[in-house]
Ligand binder design. Structure first.
Ligand code: CP3
Length: 341
């Protein structure tokens, strides 16, 4: 039995206050993060356990959030699979795109202890730094979201390469998702073994698909991942961005927590899911551009809407934006902690 409010809320047990963490909580909106990034590039930061640990701890110390999330990136396991990954300032991720049969079949399974030892080392360091303070969340991209980056070769507005693959070569797309599901499962199991106390699966791009394609190419591969997890009492969170129209599928997933984006009505999500799953979310990240007083009112309204039943974890509905004033993020955490029903 843990005493961490975050873990208790994941299992829908009563908590003294609603726990909060913020997606992308260690990031560019923080001057202290910028200072570290001024010295090293982003991938070096991800691959140096001492630095990843230092940056992971920043929001615990500066914001007082109720959980730490490992500082890394969802694209990290694609590199050892055989997809070159780079991050360019102002452009974002640039990958060596894999699109045809030959490229997709050449992708390798990964051995986390050999291929991404720095991730597991950071988790071990963080566990000893954090012990007794807050739990540590590990994470992976969902198979379809990773496939989107691998096939597009970066960020995109049209998604025509990945959706082109889905519609023109569905069996080849199945093969890719299957391979990614194996990688994601072994990656998350390695994180759990190294000491991650919760794991989140980020499906940032699941919400670009039509319903039946979502089921075949995103939901089913995610179910495969979940079936292969050796959870060891660790809660599993599935975050789906832009997924309001897919919410009727969420009950099918054997996870403890569903993370919802800011477009959804949280009271509806709690009504449809609350008996079976905790709900994580879902303040619009741009609320943090209002005044601290407006932020507080908006956060309290969201908690009223989420209702008194156990199993709400406060978060933004997507990552915090780099332009966010840090004092407003601090005000949000205070507002959530001071809330009385
Ligand atoms: O949440 C955290 O604080 C933990 C660290 C974390 C990062 N990325 C750090 C990061 C996590 C959990 C992620 C997940 C991630 N990465 C997702 C899923 C969540 C989401 O936002 O939907 C996605 C889609 C990515 C891929 C990615 N990484 C993109 C598209 C970019 C460039 C765009 C951007 O926001 O900068 C990144 C870079 C990245 N990942 C940064 C950070 C702090 C900025 C890098 C920098 O310092 O220059």
């Amino acid at each position: 039995m843990s005493k961490y409010p975050y873990i208790e809320a994941c299992y829908r047990r009563p908590v003294p206050h609603t726990p909060i963490w913020i997606m992308r909580q260690a990031g560019r909106y923080m001057p202290q993060y910028q200072a570290v990034r001024g010295e090293v590039d982003f991938l070096t930061l991800c691959k140096t356990p001492e630095l990843a640990t230092e940056v992971t701890l920043l929001p615990i110390e500066l914001l007082n959030v109720d959980a730490a999330i490992l500082f890394s990136d969802i694209l990290i396991p694609l590199e050892p699979m055989g997809i070159p990954v780079a991050f360019e300032d102002k452009v974002g991720p640039v990958l060596g795109a894999v699109r045809d049969e030959k490229e997709i079949r050449a992708l390798r399974a990964i051995e986390p202890e050999e291929d991404v030892p720095f991730v597991l080392e950071a988790i071990r360091m963080l566990r000893s730094e954090l012990e007794g303070r807050v739990p540590l969340i590990g994470f992976s991209g969902a198979p379809f979201t990773l496939a989107t980056y691998g096939v597009e070769g970066g960020t995109t507005k049209s998604f025509h390469h990945i959706k082109g693959l889905v519609y023109s070569r569905p069996e080849l797309a199945d093969e890719l998702m299957d391979k990614l599901a194996d990688v994601v499962a072994s990656y998350l199991n390695a994180q759990i073994n190294a000491g991650a106390q919760a794991v989140q699966i980020f499906d940032t791009w699941g919400g670009i698909l039509a319903d039946s394609e979502y089921v075949r190419f995103a939901l089913n591969p995610t179910k495969k991942v979940i079936s292969k997890l050796d959870r060891k009492g660790v809660p599993v969170i599935y975050y789906l961005n832009n997924g309001s129209y897919l919410s009727h599928h969420m009950g099918d997933l054997d996870v403890d927590v569903i993370g919802i984006d800011w477009r959804q009505d949280i009271s509806l999500a709690r009504k449809s899911l609350g008996q079976f799953k905790a709900v994580q979310g879902n303040l619009d990240p741009t609320v943090l551009f209002a005044s601290p007083d407006q932020i507080r009112k908006r956060a309290h309204r969201l908690m009223d809407e989420a209702g008194p039943e156990p199993g709400h974890i406060f978060n933004l509905g997507h990552g915090i934006l780099p332009q966010t004033p840090m004092e407003n993020a601090i005000a949000l955490v205070e507002a959530v902690h001071e809330y009385k029903r």
